[in-house]
Design a protein around this ligand. Sequence first.
Ligand code: AMP
Length: 120
Amino acid sequence: MQYDYDDQNIFAKILRGEIPNKTVYENDHALAFHDILPQAPVHVLVIPKGPYVSLDHFARDASPEEQAGFMRAVAEVCRLTDVEKGFRAISNTRAHGVQDVPHYHLHIIGGTQLGRMMPA
Ligand code: AMP
């Protein structure tokens, strides 16, 4: 699999400071910010600072330090937001997964009772 990163995507622009964001948490390897169109009371996006297009790209090519930094950021988002009763983490990926922004991001969605992901 070849992953081609487009550095003009909107999250790359946020990382370069060209577009504002509502930051929830930041460390050396990851940035977490509020989704601009929240689907629930808590809707935060966690992104790596490196140029990875998707979850599978990040899982394959990111260094252990980048991966740990990213996961620690997820933990901090969960600590800082109202998700004690639970949440959903989603990584939409490429066309079948309906991914709009080609920079890896994990949606953390919660703060209310969610419906089943796949209706029975
Ligand atoms: P996806 O469809 O998984 O690629 O999700 C992309 C997400 O990015 C959507 O939930 C958008 O609402 C969100 N989004 C797009 N532009 C911005 C922005 N400038 N700031 C925050 N969230 C954004």
